[in-house]
Design a protein. Structure first.
Length: 251
């Protein structure tokens, strides 16, 4: 049986870096994304490493989402791994948030919830599996310079879901963990920083991290890969701070 993985939001950043590691293990990877351009580029790049398939999906479109979920049994019957990596981040004051702002963040969790539900059913039939959610340091620590109440509330919910699913799914040999990154150089900041200036802009956060630098997608992907595989077979319900030491203390 060829093991299969799904990465929701795997065309860039941490999700893409994780896909590369899984492909090197010989695992078939299905990458979910919304941008046709990014999907095409990612498939071209990663197909050089292993067997990869891309699926265009708007997580906020309930009809598209349900069709995708309904087809999972036939498209990924050997599913063993799931990474919920899609996201959006744009700092905004709490008093300026609109209902649309709120829904933008929390509808990601709704999609994750029901995709994870169906993948767990498949993993159960396959004798087990592993799920990793990408949470956030902002769910644990408020940063005044980057006000993000709705985003942080959604990520805290994802942390909580991680722990609850770890308890419920353990009897089916399904492990569920999460990572909680600090500032990582990824396109997610493109919502409020020009894409070609993200790298430069985020260097201003180097000293924010005790270890002295911002994170790279590979830093997080290596931990996600570890949590997915049997190397961490006695780890479930964990929310790992992969944050350059931020939660230990800031400079």
């Amino acid at each position: 049986m060829n093991k299969q993985a799904i990465i929701v939001g795997g065309t860039t950043g941490m999700g893409k870096a994780t896909a590369e590691l899984l492909l090197k293990d010989g695992i078939e990877v299905t990458i979910i994304g919304r941008s046709d351009k990014n999907l095409k580029t990612t498939e071209e790049e990663l197909s050089k490493i292993g067997t990869v398939k891309t699926v265009g999906l708007d997580l906020f479109d309930s009809k598209q989402l349900q069709i995708f979920i309904n087809n999972l049994n036939s498209t990924t019957p050997n599913l063993k791994y799931l990474v919920n990596a899609a996201g959006y981040f744009s700092p905004k004051l709490f008093i300026e948030h609109t209902s649309d702002d709120y829904d933008l963040y929390h509808n990601f969790n709704k999609a994750f919830f029901f995709i994870t539900q169906q993948t767990a059913k498949i993993m159960k039939d396959n004798g087990g599996g592993s799920i990793v959610n990408i949470g956030s340091m902002w769910a644990k620590q408020a940063i005044k310079a980057t006000p993000s109440s709705a985003y942080s509330m959604a990520k805290a919910g994802l942390h909580s879901l991680t722990q609850h699913l770890a308890m419920e799914l353990a009897e089916h040999n399904i492990r569920v963990n999460a990572v909680s990154p600090a500032v990582v150089v990824t396109p997610i900041y493109g919502a409020f920083i020009e894409e070609d200036k993200i790298e430069e802009a985020l260097q201003g956060f180097n000293d924010f991290h005790p270890i002295g630098r911002v994170g790279r997608p590979e830093d997080i992907a290596k931990t996600i890969h570890f949590l997915l595989t049997d190397q961490s077979s006695w780890v479930t319900g964990a929310i790992w701070d992969i944050d350059g030491g931020v939660m230990a203390g800031r400079n």
